[in-house]
Design a protein around this ligand. Structure first.
Ligand SMILES: *[C@@H]1O[C@H](CO)[C@@H](O)[C@H](O)[C@H]1NC(C)=O
Ligand SMILES: *[C@@H]1O[C@H](CO)[C@@H](O)[C@H](O)[C@H]1NC(C)=O
Ligand SMILES: *[C@@H]1O[C@H](CO)[C@@H](O)[C@H](O)[C@H]1NC(C)=O
Ligand SMILES: *[C@@H]1O[C@H](CO)[C@@H](O)[C@H](O)[C@H]1NC(C)=O
Ligand SMILES: *[C@@H]1O[C@H](CO)[C@@H](O)[C@H](O)[C@H]1NC(C)=O
Length: 214
């Protein structure tokens, strides 16, 4: 007789807590982690309370309940793009964070193995062009223009044989232009940097005139 109320309480607790103890989808956890570091002005509506419906969050598009696109443009996102956040979205095809106020380095993105298009232009990213980009073999479009990136253009980008669009203009890159030579390259711009030396003579780069380089 004494146990019955206790059992009822336990049953009640088990039933009411079941929704909040459902495991957080990994993609939702990655998006929330990103927001916690990148969105200090609280412009994104990502919330732990709606994490089971993360596919309806602003800018998130899913396929088979996995995030395949994240478009967070023109939002005045202010903060950093922390490592091990969006890079955990293994099914992501398109990531655009263009025209925000993100600072600090671009993190290692080598886990974004499916990404085809990356727009991180018009922010305040500093540090290097991440060498990890060279591991993303599906990349077609990379726009890192209008940032504060320094150091050299990784020659390893030459391994991206589907690269169609590469914009690195308006940064602080130095050293020489990497001898890129993928026949896929159609849009290329490294102007307004601190690059020195002769433009490498490759069939791919010879398609572009001086406005791509200075
Ligand atoms: C960048 O975003 C702001 C809003 O945050 C907008 O007013 C501005 O026109 C955008 N600039 C570009 C170049 O898209
Ligand atoms: C590029 O700039 C960095 C420091 O900003 C410097 O250490 C490096 O030597 C420069 N590289 C070239 C090739 O000029
Ligand atoms: C560039 O690629 C072409 C073939 O697409 C090749 O003939 C040429 O040797 C390459 N040049 C360099 C500098 O790698
Ligand atoms: C250089 O190429 C761009 C894009 O193909 C073109 O719009 C521009 O008019 C060209 N500029 C010069 C100086 O030839
Ligand atoms: C390269 O970028 C600069 C600066 O954004 C721009 O003025 C120029 O027209 C661009 N050239 C090409 C060929 O895209």
């Amino acid at each position: 007789m004494k146990l019955k109320p206790l059992l009822l309480i336990l049953l009640f607790l088990a039933l009411t807590s079941s929704s909040s103890s459902a495991p957080l989808p990994n993609d939702a956890a990655a998006l929330l982690h990103f927001k916690s570091k990148a969105d200090l002005r609280n412009q994104l509506n990502f919330s732990p309370k709606s994490s089971s419906a993360f596919c309806k969050w602003k800018g998130v598009e899913c396929s088979d309940s996995r995030a395949i696109r994240l478009i967070g443009e023109d939002l005045q996102l202010g903060g950093i793009f922390a490592p091990n956040t969006l890079s955990q979205l293994a099914e992501l095809r398109l990531l655009s964070l263009q025209n925000n106020s993100l600072t600090g380095p671009i993190p290692d993105l080598s886990d974004l193995v499916n990404v085809k298009a990356l727009f991180l232009n018009r922010n305040y990213f500093s540090g290097a062009v991440p060498p990890s980009l060279s591991a993303l073999h599906r990349l077609k479009t990379v726009d890192l223009s209008y940032n504060m990136l320094a150091g050299s253009i990784p020659a390893s980008l030459n391994g991206l044989d589907r690269l169609y669009y590469l914009r690195l203009d308006f940064n602080r890159l130095n050293g020489s232009v990497a001898p890129l030579n993928q026949s896929s390259l159609q849009i290329f711009n490294v102007s307004h940097n601190d690059l020195t030396g002769a433009i490498p003579v490759t069939p791919a780069l010879s398609r572009f005139n001086s406005s791509s380089f200075c």
